[in-house]
Write a protein that binds this ligand. Structure first.
Ligand SMILES: [Zn+2]
Length: 216
């Protein structure tokens, strides 16, 4: 647990200076959370998330993998029709550190163009500064996070994901979940508990805002 927290805070501190203009979190003065779901759309998992969000009347942001967008267009339509934001997450979930710049930039651009969105999130948060800069110059807005649910970690107990997310989420936080098969069991345990708790604590929820002026 300690190791994760240290790595996490280093990532946020380093990231803010390495990736100027990247979103890590929003205003601390408003009790708003920005929930995000990566790696979908995935049949059943994404539909389950959408049903739950609809029940609570919560809007969130989905960072979709291009190959899944092409496979499940009806799910993408549903995400957008229900008022959620969408962002690109590359075509094949490429890791920017291991992928040539031209190929990586192309993959992110393709994934955002499919969805007609300026928002993207680099898979694993791993993106070279050269890649980041090129995408920023194309007018894209990179969305990182300050709160991970760790639902992707198959070694963790679901209850740990719930507890660590409750501890780490603060007003203005961008929280990351995964609507993927890998995360499904932890997500399905912790998301309803988290939403219940946050609603009771008086949080409101918003999609990741975007306008050209937010790029610094
Ligand atoms: Zn991902």
């Amino acid at each position: 647990m300690g190791r994760y927290k240290r790595l996490h805070s280093l990532f946020t501190q380093f990231g803010r200076s390495a990736y100027p203009g990247g979103f890590f979190r929003f205003s601390e003065t408003e009790k708003t959370l920005y929930l995000s779901f990566d790696d979908g759309p995935t049949p059943e998992v994404t539909s389950w998330v959408l049903d739950l969000l609809a029940f609570y009347k919560i809007k969130a942001s989905f960072f979709l993998i291009g190959k899944n967008v092409l496979s499940y267009p009806v799910l993408v339509e549903r995400i957008q029709a229900e008022g959620h934001a969408v962002g690109g997450h590359s075509m094949q979930h490429e890791n920017g550190w291991n992928t040539a710049d031209t190929k990586y930039i192309q993959s992110i651009l393709e994934s955002t163009e499919l969805l007609k969105t300026p928002l993207y999130r680099p898979p694993y948060g791993r993106i070279r500064r050269s890649q980041y800069k090129a995408l920023k110059e194309r007018g894209l807005q990179c969305v990182f996070w300050d709160c991970l649910s760790y639902d992707f970690d198959t070694n963790l107990e679901s209850q740990y994901c719930f507890e660590t997310t409750i501890q780490n989420a603060k007003p203005g936080s961008i929280v990351v979940f995964h609507d993927s098969l890998k995360a499904e069991s932890r997500l399905k345990h912790c998301l309803p508990l988290l939403l219940d708790t946050w609603v009771e604590e008086g949080y409101s929820f918003s999609t990741i805002p975007y306008s050209p002026s937010t790029i610094m």
